[in-house]
Design a protein around this ligand. Sequence first.
Ligand code: PEP
Length: 259
Amino acid sequence: MRKALVAGNWKMHGRIEQNQLLVETLVAQLTDLADAIDIVICPPLVYLDQVGKMLNPDVIQLGAQDVSRFGQDGAHTGDCSAAMLADLGVRYVLVGHSERRSDYAENDQCIATKLAQVLSAGLTPILCVGETLEQREAQQVEQVIASQLIEALEGLDSHAVSSLVLAYEPVWAIGTGKTATPEQAQAVHAFIRETLASRYGQPLADRMIILYGGSVKAANAEQLFGQADIDGGLIGGAALVSEEFTAICRAAANSTIDG
Ligand code: PEP
């Protein structure tokens, strides 16, 4: 059985005092879920050290929102390597988030390079894929998702692929308050699993964790996580509100129990 995972992406939010309060509350409220699900929080780079020191990795693990596409050290002003993230205790790294794709024109080749960097540092990438509204309206969802996946995974062997987490995040649902219906999300998750099965075999595809992201909140988490191929969530706005994030984590734990 796949273990559910909930990852909170704080994006460019937080201040030292506010982080302290949020993380203290989350650690206290989520301790009993330690065995049931994996929980990750991804604060901004400058707060990784602060947040990392407050976390108990048996309960909540540290994630980063981005990584340099270059190697361990070098003349890359402003960049932070995967090795540096590992040094701080980071375990997961978001790669290919749609905001990086649009704000920084990160293409699939850049994303593939970042994936390789994260893997070579022994960290787990959370690879995000998703279509825009225009692509959905043009009935190109499967074509877009397959191409994002295939290009990003180019050059990785099955062992490397099996160590990734995937996140389906329809761009039109991120930060918009519009959520894919459970059926829409399930259809794409099933397609992602089929695509993986056709390239790497069914056993590997069956083991892969595929998260849904896009305006997940306490009110819709249970229905989304109840779908057969949805193994948890990548949470933006709701990850900043302790009651919301806690309720989402509980919904993921319940979906594991319910099967
Ligand atoms: C995200 O940041 O990946 C995300 C899904 O954001 P939100 O939950 O705010 O839509």
